[in-house]
Design a binder for this molecule. Structure first.
Ligand SMILES: C[S@@+](CC[C@H](N)C(=O)[O-])C[C@H]1O[C@@H](n2cnc3c(N)ncnc32)[C@H](O)[C@@H]1O
Length: 204
């Protein structure tokens, strides 16, 4: 395994090896618990790993990262893998209420030698985490994500929400309930999609 670039990030040989080992675990467990759709498994690296990795550099150096509805670990486990090299002191927490997926996440963390933790409970019931960085991919609409941010993001924290091509349709309903500062970054892996960078979430 050689060092390389992943979604614009310089990635060490060790990190590439961990990402490959993680991809192998997803492929091994997927037939049993459907971590990603069977169709997208063929493009696991591009559709899920690179797509997750691209949000990493948007977070700066903030120490405490919370990923909601992590499923098979996108983007939370990819973040934890990248952090082993790039921010070894970063605390990564994943919330996933499906116990089989939470078991997969804990197994991957142990086998890959990561220090992330998994909370196997519902986001709306978990103790507020006061995260510096909050991420969630393919979880719910923007209004729902902002309600989760109100519970779990610290006052000065930053939310990073990868969104598909129709993300603009979610803006108006969200603005009716919430005020927030938004910057939309074009996705590296899909030009119509965006990563929403959100701060200052408050109810209107
Ligand atoms: C569509 S999957 C997306 C998984 C992953 N983020 C990805 O992009 O591949 C949504 C995940 O969120 C979890 N989930 C949904 N609602 C949740 C809640 N209220 N609390 C905790 N986990 C939740 C589901 O169990 C599922 O694994």
């Amino acid at each position: 395994m050689t060092p390389g670039k992943l979604a614009g990030l310089d990635v060490s040989r060790e990190t590439m090896a961990r990402l490959e080992a993680y991809a192998a675990l997803v492929r091994k467990w997927n037939p049993r618990i459907n971590l990603v759709s069977r169709k997208s498994l063929d493009a696991l690296w591009e559709r899920h790993i690179a797509d997750s990795a691209q949000i990493y550099h948007l977070a700066g150096d903030a120490p405490n990262w919370l990923d909601l509805g992590s499923g098979g670990g996108f983007p939370g486990l990819v973040v934890a893998i990248l952090a082993t090299d790039l921010h070894p002191d970063r605390q990564v927490t994943l919330i996933e209420s499906d116990t089989r997926k939470a078991t997969f996440l804990r197994t991957a963390i142990r086998e890959l030698g990561l220090s992330a933790q998994v909370l196997a409970e519902r986001i709306e019931a978990a103790e507020p985490q006061r995260a510096d960085i909050l991420s969630a991919r393919a979880l719910t609409d923007l209004s729902g994500l902002l309600a989760f941010a109100e519970r779990h993001l610290s006052e000065s924290g930053l939310a990073l929400f990868p969104k598909g091509a129709s993300w603009k349709n979610e803006l108006e309903p969200a603005r009716a309930q919430w005020s927030f500062n938004l910057e939309a970054i074009t996705s590296f892996t899909e030009p119509e999609a965006a990563i929403l960078k959100i701060q200052g979430v408050a109810r209107v």
